[in-house]
Design a protein. Sequence first.
Length: 350
Amino acid sequence: METKILKIDENNIDSLALKEAGEILKRGGLVAFPTETVYGLGGDALNPESSRKIYAAKGRPSDNPLIVHICNMDALKEIAAEIPEDAIRLADLYWPGPLTMIFRKTDKVPKETTGGLETVAVRMPSHKIAAALIEAAGGFVAAPSANLSGRPSTTSAAHVIQDMTGRIDMIIDGGESEVGLESTIVDFTEGAPVILRPGYISKEMLEEALKKEVSFDRAIIDADCKTAPKAPGMKYRHYAPKGELSIVEGEGDKVIRKINELTSKYEEEGKKVGVIATRETAGKYLAKTVKIAGSKGDEKETAHNLFKILREFDDEKVDIMLSESFNGAGVGVAVMNRLLKAAGHQIINV
Ligand code: TXA
Ligand code: MG
């Protein structure tokens, strides 16, 4: 399949180009597009055949449900059977934006899109190209992150081109994704709201909005938890870079010393070592490849850069990656969640 690559300026959207992309989706084809979180791999959410194609293009297990992207609140009423007050409150505050909510679905949504579930995940993205594309496609676009299954999510068109060329009809290049991590997922189908995947919209922001406690799905915070995560996608080894990643956790200087010690050991063995550091600590590392995730304490910057860095290490064929830990509240929880998944929960405590 030939994949057409189309550059669109978010602030000056070429409506003809967008119409062409919308037509592809309406005909059952696949179009990758930018969102504020990560790039999405879009298909018509109401067409079972499109959803099947999405799973095939990603090489993704078909029991892992897709998020349905909408561009107005009327659309939500068509696909969600029950919309709790709390969800309306969050939609008022954070839609369009990096928040996904889970509802009981209506019959309009095919089971192929929801991985066989009776619930549906819904998001209204704020990226102007995403919103315009959803509208041009008829209002309901199923879109997982536009990466091959298991690889880090894509935050630029170059990443999507790497993973999806020859597999889908079109890739819209709309520049880098601002947030850099996937949306926060909140489940409303079991009474009290539960975070199934941490993201840019933090637990604190949700609690402030709802004036009540919001919990994390236990499987997210407890690596040894025996129950499966409620979001089926969270159980798969994810964001897996090709090399081996470990997180070194502890007091500042000790972390630097440990990372340098490991770097020497691995480099002596002939391995290529890469370090993920902060702007403040980068100069202190001995490794030949040191990447700055962000300034210390700036979790938003780290979120923006994390997946890009993991992909760069892959491109540079790095064997061993050593990362500082990025603990923190707010979006820091999401950063650490993705980093831990990428590392297969390998932590070295010093
Ligand atoms: O930011 C995002 O959310 C991006 C952009 C493209 O919008 N999309 C995204 O999709 O990250 P994906 O497919 O890579 O991740 C969706 C996650 C998976 O972990 C999936 O299991 C979960 O959402 N999910 C989807 N529908 C669900 C449902 N009905 N119940 C529980 N989890 C669900
Ligand atoms: Mg994904």
